[in-house]
Design a protein around this ligand. Structure first.
Ligand code: PLP
Length: 292
């Protein structure tokens, strides 16, 4: 039940379908966002809505995809998706994709469609993992060239190695994967940015090897405001093994502690104090308890 915004109109959930010859279904070239609304019934705004919309438009520009709507319309569509579906704590998925007017790799002559779906969603990695932390494994899949050179774009086609990495991690009894970049340095999770703490300093990989995450930016700012030194640098796998704390960030993952990598406990093997502090500051702003 509910409605999905498609090309400017609200369509009943069950009728919001695409043709089997939809180009993006065949070749995977499209752009999307993952956005969260918190406490919508109490009027708390969608978290970082404008930043997500801006990134969607940047992703489209990078892929040379002409979006047939302006940013204001997309902002309104996201708000309407939460409101008209009566959602409280929602995940919102805007996506732009190529239509079914032609096959072959050429796409500039195809229609670009835009959709926004929203549904009720809680903690992506499970409520208990927000305190206990997750077990992860270094992946045999690396962030490939397109990911590394186009970290400003959030495109469907970039998720194949993320999905393979996640599958591999789960088959090894872990919750998530840690992907390395082509040079062997730590990049990110399948859909999360990576942070570690050593001697009170917060480290995260540079943007050359991971998506320019909106939660990443938020956490870096919160840390700086709290007087924590933040350093962006190339991180090696062994530095993570001997880190005091590690965590993932993402719109879906929020701030998820990492308690183990490749069978080695990180720090005390539980959520560390800096992680807890940043997590709590993050939840305060998304829930509107402190200014964003
Ligand atoms: N890295 C990847 C590969 C992602 O897919 C995501 C999720 O969007 C992130 C990082 C985290 O980004 P954000 O905080 O903007 O959700």
């Amino acid at each position: 039940d509910g409605v999905i915004w498609l090309d400017g109109e609200m369509v009943p959930w069950r009728e919001a379908k695409v043709h089997l010859l939809t180009h993006t279904l065949h070749y995977g070239m499209g752009v999307f966002e993952g956005v969260r609304a918190y406490d919508a019934e109490q009027g708390t705004a969608i978290f970082r809505l404008q930043e997500h919309t801006d990134r969607l438009f940047n992703s489209a520009k990078i892929l040379n995809m002409q979006l047939p709507f302006d940013k204001e319309t997309l902002n309104e569509a996201q708000k309407a998706s939460v409101r008209e579906n009566g959602l409280k704590s929602a995940y919102i998925r805007p996506m732009a994709f190529f239509g079914s007017e032609g096959m072959g790799l050429r796409a500039d002559n195809l229609q670009v469609h835009v959709m926004v779906a929203a549904w009720e969603w809680g903690a992506y990695m499970g409520e208990e993992n927000l305190t206990r932390g997750i077990k992860i494994a270094t992946s045999s899949y690396t962030r490939h060239h397109v990911n590394v050179t186009m970290t400003k774009a959030k495109s469907n086609g970039q998720y194949m190695n993320s999905m393979l990495a996640l599958q591999e991690a789960i088959s090894h009894g872990c919750d998530e994967a840690l992907l390395l970049d082509v040079d062997g340095y730590v990049s990110e999770g399948s859909g999360e940015n990576f942070f570690m703490v050593k001697d009170g300093v917060l480290y995260t990989p540079e943007l050359t090897s991971c998506l320019d995450g909106i939660t990443r930016r938020t956490i870096m700012q919160l840390a700086k405001d709290a007087g924590i030194e933040v350093v962006e640098k190339r991180i090696t796998r062994d530095e993570v093994y001997i880190a005091d704390e590690a965590f993932f960030t993402g719109t879906a993952a929020e701030v998820t502690p990492i308690r183990m990598l490749d069978g080695r406990a990180i720090g005390a093997g539980t959520r560390g104090p800096v992680t807890e502090q940043l997590q709590s500051l993050y939840f305060d702003i998304v829930h509107g308890r402190s200014p964003a």
